[in-house]
Design a protein around this ligand. Structure first.
Ligand code: QAP
Ligand code: CO
Length: 168
């Protein structure tokens, strides 16, 4: 097990597109173990492989820090197959530490994804789970929540992040 380095916005590697997982092998399960360890170590509720410089369609989540029951959620090759309504939430991201902004998302989504053995599953998501799923699926297509904000706010956040990384 290993804690992986998390890329920080505006690292251009956060804008790469992840490719489909085809091999459900030992290498995949090692990546997943390391991703869970990395997410728990940094007190996150969700992490996409893109954020640790691995361009594969893998997401790990655990919402238990936010009043949800402890549940290790793993999504491989996830896709939204149904969506309804809109809602707003003040989102953060492990790749943009210290920044929280209100983002509009679908209120509920149904996803189809694969588990660690490659079995295809579906899940209906609402409330925080729905927000987190949409945030993490965006990462797999190279999208960060900051991309939804005005150019002015994006520039402000870029400066703030560069200063933070310089002082680290
Ligand atoms: C994405 O975010 C998310 O700024 C997961 O200093 C967030 O795990 C989905 C974190 C909100 C839905 C709603 C952020 C940790 C963790 C920070 C995270 C920080 C330390 C963010
Ligand atoms: Co994120």
């Amino acid at each position: 097990m290993a804690i992986l380095d998390i890329l920080h916005y505006p690292d251009e590697r956060l804008h790469l597109k992840a490719s489909k997982v085809e091999n459900f092998d030992a290498n995949l399960s090692k990546i997943i173990d390391d991703m869970f360890e990395t997410m728990y170590d940094s007190n996150g509720i969700g992490l996409a492989a893109i954020q640790v410089d691995i361009q594969k369609r893998i997401v790990v989540m655990d919402l238990s820090k936010k009043d949800y029951p402890m549940e290790k959620i793993l999504l491989i090759n996830p896709q939204i197959i149904e969506k309804n309504g809109t809602t707003e939430y003040e989102e953060g991201c492990l790749s943009v530490p210290g920044v929280y902004e209100k983002i509009t998302r679908y209120e509920t989504v149904t996803i189809e994804y694969q588990d660690i053995s490659g079995n295809i599953l579906t899940r209906e998501c609402d409330e925080l789970l729905s927000i987190c799923v949409q945030h993490e699926l965006d990462h797999l297509d190279g999208k960060v929540f900051v991309d939804y904000l005005s150019p002015l706010k994006q520039n402000f956040i870029k400066k703030k992040m560069k200063k933070l990384d310089r002082d680290r």
